[in-house]
Design a protein around this ligand. Structure first.
Ligand code: MG
Length: 257
């Protein structure tokens, strides 16, 4: 993989992305709070869209590759790209994954989290915690002078130290900026045959997004649903994501409220 297409951002551009990120973070927090038993995923989509637009943002996902909603909302064994629906009602015990993108003044941000609704089994709670900590392990590896593979390795090393989780391989993090998906890809595992060697330079902005399954890493799609990605073995899945700017010093997480 070359880094020819990587677009480094100026401090002015990162300031714009920081504002897009702040709106995404606030919208994500509001939407997660609304995830209660009896609420449909379509209602969460409405909450998110209102939270984004009231702050001057535009939902990045709406229309992206033809996606029909403002958020992706994926339940339980759904990994990513679930379409909000009036027919999907959240129940106690569900794992709800909410993924939000916001565009503002031409720049995108991308952030996601997983919440357990009501009482969830300890192993589901642990899956959530390990996935969130895997994201932070990746963020801590965002050091100028390093390579994207350092992030992948840090995430994989942390996950392996925590048990037998399946790290999703088919979907990965990505550069982000004027385009929602930019180079480089940011895998959550190290593939020695295809090392991702893009240098981490100040001004590189990436979305890091580990997806962990309680079972196998393998994924599937179902007939008649060209969007939702499921775990192949029906096991639970969790997902966390932040948009992160590489700086000369500490990495800056742009998607914090
Ligand atoms: Mg993303």
């Amino acid at each position: 993989m070359t880094d020819r297409q990587v677009v480094l951002k100026s401090p002015r551009e990162i300031a714009l992305m920081r504002e897009a990120g702040r709106i995404a973070a606030l919208a994500l927090r509001e939407t997660a709070k609304a995830a209660e038993p009896g609420v449909t995923t379509a209602e969460l989509d409405r909450v998110a869209e209102a939270a984004i637009r009231s702050r001057g943002g535009i939902p990045s996902f709406k229309g992206l590759y033809g996606f029909p909603a403002s958020i992706c909302c994926s339940l339980n064994d759904e990994i990513v790209h679930g379409i909000p629906s009036t027919k999907r009602t959240i129940r106690a015990g569900d794992l709800v994954k909410i993924d939000i993108g916001v565009k503002r003044e031409g720049y995108h941000s991308d952030t996601a989290l997983t919440v357990g609704v009501g009482a969830i089994p300890p192993e589901a709670q642990r899956l959530i915690e390990v996935t969130e900590q895997a994201l932070w392990a990746g963020i801590r590896a965002c050091c100028a002078g390093g390579r994207v593979r350092d992030i992948s390795a840090a995430i994989e090393r942390y996950v392996r130290s925590q048990g037998n989780y399946g790290i999703v391989r088919q979907y990965v993090g990505h550069g982000i900026g004027r385009q929602f998906h930019e180079a480089p890809q940011v895998p959550n595992y190290l593939d020695p045959r295809h090392p991702v060697n893009t240098p981490l330079k100040p001004g590189l902005v990436i979305a890091i997004e580990p997806m962990l399954n309680a079972g196998s890493w393998e994924t599937k799609q179902r007939p008649g649903d060209s969007w939702t990605v499921y775990t192949a073995d029906g096991s639970l899945s969790a997902h966390f994501e932040h948009t992160v700017a590489i700086t000369a010093g500490e990495p800056e997480v742009l998607t914090l409220p």
